[in-house]
Design a protein around this ligand. Structure first.
Ligand code: PCA
Length: 217
C-alpha cells in the first residue's frame, strides 16, 4: 500500500429537490490529485444523517487520512465559507435523503457540545483572498447533514495526533442560481481551485495565522 499521506475530501449527493450538488462536482474533480506530498481521495456521502456517518467511519478506518475536508452546498451564501465550528446537534428543517427528520438530537451521544476546526482557517482565508477568490469565515455550519459530518470528522480524529479536519460550505453553481432569481453563485472551476488552495495551505501551515475575521452578527 502506498505510504503517501492521504486527504479525505468529501462532497454530498443532491438534496432538497436539486438534481446536482456542487460539492460533489467540485470534490470529484480533485480525486487522485497529488498536492503537497499528499494524495486526495474524494468520496461522495449521501445527504443522510445516519448513512453519511456510517460511510465516513468506514472511510476513516480504511484510509487513515492525515487531513479530512468536508464540503457541502450552502445555497444562498455568496462565497466560499470556511467553517470555524461544528456542534453536536441534529435539527433538520427538511427530511434527509433517507426521509429522516431528527430534531434536537446529538450527532454523537455523550460527546462534547462542539469542536473547532483544526485546519488553519485564517491562513486558508488569506490564501483564497490572495488568489482572487471571495471567501469568509463562517461561525455556523447549520444544524443539518453538513454540520453533522463536520462534527463527526472532528470527533473521529479528536484523539489522533497530527490529524486535522475541517469543513467548507460553497455557493450554488450558476445553473442552479439561474432557477432562483437573485441567488448568488460560483463557477465550478473557481470552487475546485479554491478547495485546492485551501488544502495546499492546510498542508503548508501547521499553526494558524492570527488574522481578524470576526463578525458582529
Ligand atoms: N448541504 C447540506 C447537506 C448536504 C449539502 O451539500 C447542509 O448544508 O447541511
Amino acid at each position: 500500500m502506498s505510504t503517501v499521506p492521504r486527504i479525505l475530501l468529501t462532497g454530498f449527493d443532491p438534496f432538497g429537490g436539486e438534481s446536482i450538488n456542487p460539492s460533489w462536482e467540485a470534490v470529484r474533480a480533485l480525486h487522485g490529485k497529488r498536492i503537497g506530498g499528499h494524495r486526495i481521495v474524494s468520496l461522495q456521502l449521501p445527504t443522510e444523517f445516519a448513512g453519511s456517518l456510517r460511510m465516513l467511519r468506514t472511510a476513516v478506518r480504511e484510509l487513515t487520512p492525515a487531513i479530512l475536508l468536508g464540503v457541502g452546498q450552502a445555497g444562498g451564501r455568496s462565497q466560499l465559507s470556511i467553517e470555524r465550528v461544528a456542534i453536536n446537534l441534529q435539527d433538520a428543517r427538511i427530511p434527509d435523503n433517507a426521509n429522516a427528520l431528527p430534531i434536537d438530537e446529538p450527532v454523537i451521544a455523550g460527546a462534547p457540545a462542539a469542536y473547532f476546526s483544526t485546519l488553519p482557517i485564517k491562513a486558508m482565508l488569506a490564501a483564497l483572498h490572495a488568489q482572487g477568490l471571495p471567501a469568509e469565515i463562517s461561525n455556523s455550519a447549520g444544524t443539518y447533514v453538513c454540520n453533522h459530518i463536520a462534527y463527526a470528522m472532528l470527533h473521529l480524529v479528536a484523539r489522533k495526533r497530527g490529524v486535522r479536519a475541517g469543513f467548507i460550505h460553497i455557493p450554488y453553481l450558476p445553473a442552479q442560481a439561474a432557477q432562483r432569481h437573485g441567488s448568488p453563485s460560483m463557477a465550478l472551476a473557481d470552487v475546485a481551485r479554491g478547495l485546492e488552495i485551501a488544502l495546499r495551505t492546510a498542508i503548508a501551515t501547521p499553526l494558524d495565522h492570527k488574522l481578524g475575521a470576526g463578525k458582529l452578527d
